[in-house]
Design a protein around this ligand. Structure first.
Ligand SMILES: Cc1cc2nc3c(=O)[nH]c(=O)nc-3n(C[C@H](O)[C@H](O)[C@H](O)COP(=O)(O)OP(=O)(O)OC[C@H]3O[C@@H](n4cnc5c(N)ncnc54)[C@H](O)[C@@H]3O)c2cc1C
Ligand code: FES
Length: 237
């Protein structure tokens, strides 16, 4: 099996529509009396409309392994759209995506043709959705850790925030923290979309709490998009 990102397309009758940055909880074994895995898994909507939703993901454990092995006609439970998604962005905003976090950014880039997009992955194969971002015609730069595409190094090496501009970051926590720090020093606004593990996805289990300057907040109902200044990064990392 390829180590690169996988994709699954689901027909979701009755899907009410969604905003960029919202997510769904996918129940992988909804028809069995002993659901296994018991808990649904959160997944950003990569792109979609009323007829079908596409998700992009990396296999990291049991749930994503099942998702990657589905065949045509398989049935899943889908709860969504969940979370608040992204606000509308001012012109000249910069989107920074790393690893599977890139999945949250594709529709945002598609809605804002004047954004600059920085994408990163360990290798070119792991830069999720690269061809789709290229097809959007946005200002795009890529960084790979092995140098197989674009800049050799981290995607945050490419980020030069400007005062009063907006940066949106989604990816591993150290990447988002680094982007937040660069923005803070430059006087730029930084929004981050967090991918904390979740059990319910809609405010019941309290398992997705994160530390902020205003106390604990919940990634599923208060986020997943937060102003980076709110987050106590040193406690989250
Ligand atoms: C709002 C949101 C959107 C997401 N969108 C995407 C997406 O578009 N594509 C994608 O590939 N993933 C996405 N994720 C992460 C995805 O939900 C997890 O990778 C998935 O739940 C793992 O399930 P599993 O059963 O395969 O792994 P598990 O068996 O549950 O875990 C395997 C390993 O991964 C770790 N892990 C599990 N979940 C997370 C997590 N959220 N963050 C960091 N480490 C984790 C575990 O600690 C463990 O080490 C998103 C998460 C959130 C909260
Ligand atoms: S995942 Fe249950 S409260 Fe957020």
């Amino acid at each position: 099996m390829s180590a690169g990102p996988r994709r699954v397309v689901l027909r979701v009758p009755g899907w009410p529509g969604h905003r960029p940055g919202q997510f769904a909880m996918l129940a992988l074994d909804p028809e069995s009396a002993h659901r296994d895995p018991l808990l649904a898994r959160p997944m950003a909507v990569y792109r979609g409309d009323a007829s079908a939703l596409e998700f992009r993901f990396k296999v990291v454990g049991r749930g994503t392994r099942i998702l990657g092995s589905l065949t045509t006609g398989s049935r899943l439970g889908v709860v969504g759209p969940l979370g608040n998604g992204f606000p509308s962005l001012p012109p000249a905003s910069v989107l920074v995506g790393g690893g599977t976090g890139i999945a949250s950014l594709y529709e945002l880039a598609a809605h804002h043709s004047r954004v600059r997009v920085l994408l990163g992955g360990k290798t070119q194969e792991e830069v999720l959705g690269l061809e789709d971002f290229e097809a959007l015609g946005v200002d795009l730069q890529v960084a790979t850790e092995d140098g197989s595409r674009g800049h050799k190094g981290l995607v945050t090496d490419l980020l030069e925030p400007e005062p009063d501009r907006t940066v949106v970051a989604c990816g591993p926590t150290p990447m988002m923290w680094a982007a937040a720090e660069l923005c803070r020093k430059a006087g730029a606004r930084c929004l981050v979309s967090l991918e904390s593990p979740m059990a319910c996805g809609f405010g019941i289990c309290l398992g997705c709490a994160i530390p902020t300057g205003a106390g604990f907040r919940y990634v599923c109902t208060d986020g997943p998009v937060f102003d980076a200044e709110e987050i106590r990064w040193e406690e989250l990392a």
